[in-house]
Write a protein that binds this ligand. Structure first.
Ligand SMILES: [Zn+2]
Length: 384
């Protein structure tokens, strides 16, 4: 057994023709291979009885059912559940992506690799063309603004928004280089927040119209008391949150836990025209708006780091469920543990991947040290 195979075996993962996938029973491995051989033949045979290529009969669908069972730990229900996609033709997953202000750090690699394994497993099970994986780039951020503003003041040409875009382009390129070097597949879609501002404004208007948000001093805030299930994912009550809040509360908030959907921008900040004046969206609304536009009001899996459970994911749920009460937002919530160094979050340490000298040394299947180390852990293990 080579070192990578050993590391994968420790984590209960196997590497095969279709990539790397998690496998609970030897039997499943057999079925996976069996299915991958049979499917094209079965599909071809079925297509003779279904020349229009439209929807298949229930019997045909049963014949196409893969024999593998995927079990996922769902943070929402706190249990391990058998995964059954909403639509086997289009299994949909959203993972919160990075804020692209600088080089990727080791902590950024963790969710990328955890969800890369899941993405490969889903592609292997349902077919590579039947999985949609969306991971966003947050390019509305104070640190990106600061770099763009410094360049403008140093005489760079272009508007502040153009310079922000330019800085994000640079960091997205680096991110792609580093994650490609780790052997992670790129998601199906990688939306950038700045390209979906219109969808965010539409969702905020809808939330105001439905009584879940209000405008105050150029800001738009989400009213947490308007959503009874607020706090359910992370298991907190609004009262506990207020008691635990250390930040000074803005006077225009009706409830200290109300969070920003839109905020005003001055001349030194990028901004977009909106019904509430020139401004920019809050961070949480971008994932709700982009997942709705690209995956619909209900989709299969929502993933991200454990540190995003509160407030980010709690806020995403509140926004999405209130804007689209007919939908269920994400059926399964999955959270990976953090990478830490002496108890400190990686993102705070500036341990950039490229400086760590790992990225580019190897590639998937040939023993990349970072990939091996991260894969040797299950999704739920912390690493210090
Ligand atoms: Zn998000």
């Amino acid at each position: 057994m080579n070192p990578q195979a050993r590391a994968l075996a420790r984590a209960g993962l196997h590497s095969g023709a279709g990539g790397v996938y998690q496998d609970t029973h030897e039997e499943h491995l057999h079925h996976l291979l069996h299915y991958s051989l049979l499917t094209p033949v079965t599909r071809a045979a079925l297509s003779r009885f279904n020349p229009t290529g439209k929807s298949l009969s229930p019997r045909a669908k049963t014949a196409l059912r893969p024999l593998v069972t995927i079990k996922l730990y769902n943070t929402k229900t706190k249990t391990k559940e058998v995964f059954e996609p909403l639509d086997r033709e289009n299994v949909r997953m959203y993972v919160c992506g990075p804020t692209v202000y600088d080089r990727a750090h080791l902590g950024n690699a963790r969710p990328v690799l955890v969800f890369d394994v899941l993405y490969r497993l889903l592609r292997h099970t349902y077919g590579a063309d039947h999985v949609t994986y969306v991971r966003n780039f947050t390019d509305v951020d104070d640190k990106i603004n600061a770099t763009a503003l410094a360049r403008k003041e140093a005489g760079a040409e272009g508007t502040l928004e153009e310079l922000v875009h330019e800085r994000s382009d640079e960091t997205i390129d680096w991110y792609h280089q580093d994650m490609d070097a780790l052997g992670a597949l790129r998601p199906t879609k990688e939306p950038r927040a700045t390209e979906w501002i219109g969808a965010m404004i539409a969702m905020i208007e809808d939330l105001i119209a439905k009584g879940h948000a209000y405008e105050a001093e150029g800001h738009v805030l989400f009213a947490v008391e308007s959503y009874a299930d607020y706090g359910k994912l992370s298991g907190r009550s609004v009262d506990d949150m207020i008691a635990g809040a250390r930040v000074e509360v803005a006077p225009y908030k009706r409830n200290p836990m109300d969070f920003v959907l839109w905020k005003p921008s001055d001349d030194e900040l990028p901004g977009w025209d909106s019904p509430w004046g020139r401004g920019r969206p809050g961070w949480h609304i971008e994932c709700s708006a982009m997942s709705y536009e690209l995956l619909g009001e209900t989709f299969d899996i929502h993933g991200g780091g454990n540190d995003l459970q509160f407030p980010h994911h709690e806020n995403e749920i509140a926004q999405s469920k209130c804007a689209h009460p007919e939908g269920d937002f994400a059926k399964v919530w999955m959270h990976n543990e953090m990478l830490q160094v002496e108890g400190k979050k990686m993102s705070k340490l500036g341990q950039f991947l490229h400086r760590a000298g790992f990225a580019g040394q190897g590639c998937a299947g040939r023993g990349d040290p970072v990939r091996d180390a991260l894969h040797a852990l299950s999704q739920a293990d912390g690493l210090d």
